[in-house]
Ligand binder design. Structure first.
Ligand code: PAF
Length: 288
């Protein structure tokens, strides 16, 4: 593979400074890619940025810990924040094009009203994460809509680790008729199989390797899916975690991929996906 060379990286913290720069780079023929993040960047984010670089002349990466999507004050407080480190990681990718980092203040994104909109995502927001993190997707929808308005990308990149979020953002774009293509990117995993997440750095080395059990359970689910009744699979997964002193299962669900409705019976023309949320101490991990 050819090495990618850094051409330039610019960092903006206000809309007033970001907009003239974007205006000077955007031409009708060029494409602007956008990778929204909450920082604490890992290989998963970097792979989204790399893909955006390949597919667009200019790429904006936002780094903003969005307060309205946290339903737990402690989680918001302990969310890892290290802008300097994040910038180094972005720089280490290198780019043939231009990378613009947008690291705004709360006021730049929300003005003086840090509130979330009451979106109706047609029920997508009521399943899984929505049940356990009330209001979470209203906060995600609010900030993604604001960021898309501020940045105005042609394409925006989201990881499938947050599969429910991805489906909700696709719905948001449809509902608001936003002129942007949502690009879904597959899950990046550590060598053990653990899905990459900003929260992984809070795990001890032992916990981090033990956490691969979540992926193992999902792989076994996939193996069992064609010939085992759904309730037996669900019970088997529950049993695996029941015996486990380190991981606490929050939910396991097999859902129809488009609507995210829990699967009761399997219809051959539909696609299904299994989802897990689990805790190690107070660290919440999700995978699918
Ligand atoms: O997936 C995330 O990191 C966040 O939910 C997002 C999309 C950047 C919105 O804050």
């Amino acid at each position: 593979m050819q090495p990618i060379i850094v051409k330039s990286m610019k960092v903006f913290t206000t809309n007033q400074s970001l907009h003239p720069c974007l205006a000077s780079l955007k031409t009708p023929a060029s494409s602007l890619g956008f990778v929204p993040t909450m920082g604490a960047l890992h290989q998963g984010h970097l792979s989204l940025i790399k893909r955006a670089i390949k597919e667009n002349e200019t790429v904006v990466v936002s780094i903003f810990v969005n307060p309205t999507q946290f339903n737990n004050a402690g989680d918001l407080e302990t969310y890892p924040r290290d802008l300097k480190q994040d910038l180094k990681k972005i720089e280490s990718i290198g780019s043939l094009g231009e990378i613009i980092v947008y690291a705004p203040s709360e006021a730049a994104v929300y003005g003086n009203s840090v509130t979330k909109e009451a979106f109706d995502f047609g029920g997508l927001e009521l399943q899984m994460e929505g049940k356990f993190r009330p209001g979470h997707f209203q906060g995600v929808g609010t900030v993604v809509q604001k960021l898309l308005d501020i940045v105005g990308p042609n394409q925006a990149y989201f990881g499938e680790k947050d599969f429910q979020q991805l489906q909700i953002i696709k719905k948001l774009v449809k509902m608001t008729k936003a002129n942007v293509k949502i690009v879904a990117c597959s899950i990046e995993r550590e060598p053990s199989g653990l899905a990459m997440s900003s929260r992984n750095i809070r795990l001890t080395t032992g916990e981090r390797s033990h956490a691969s059990k979540i992926y193992e359970a999902l792989k076994m689910t996939k193996d069992k899916f064609s010939d085992t009744p759904l309730d037996e699979i669900t019970q088997w997964v529950a049993d695996q975690f029941e015996k486990d002193a380190i991981i606490n299962l929050e939910y396991f669900e097999i859902s129809e991929q488009l609507t995210l409705q829990p699967a009761n019976k399997i219809e051959p023309q539909k696609k299904y996906r299994a989802f897990i949320s689990a805790y190690i101490r107070n660290i919440r991990l999700i995978d699918n």
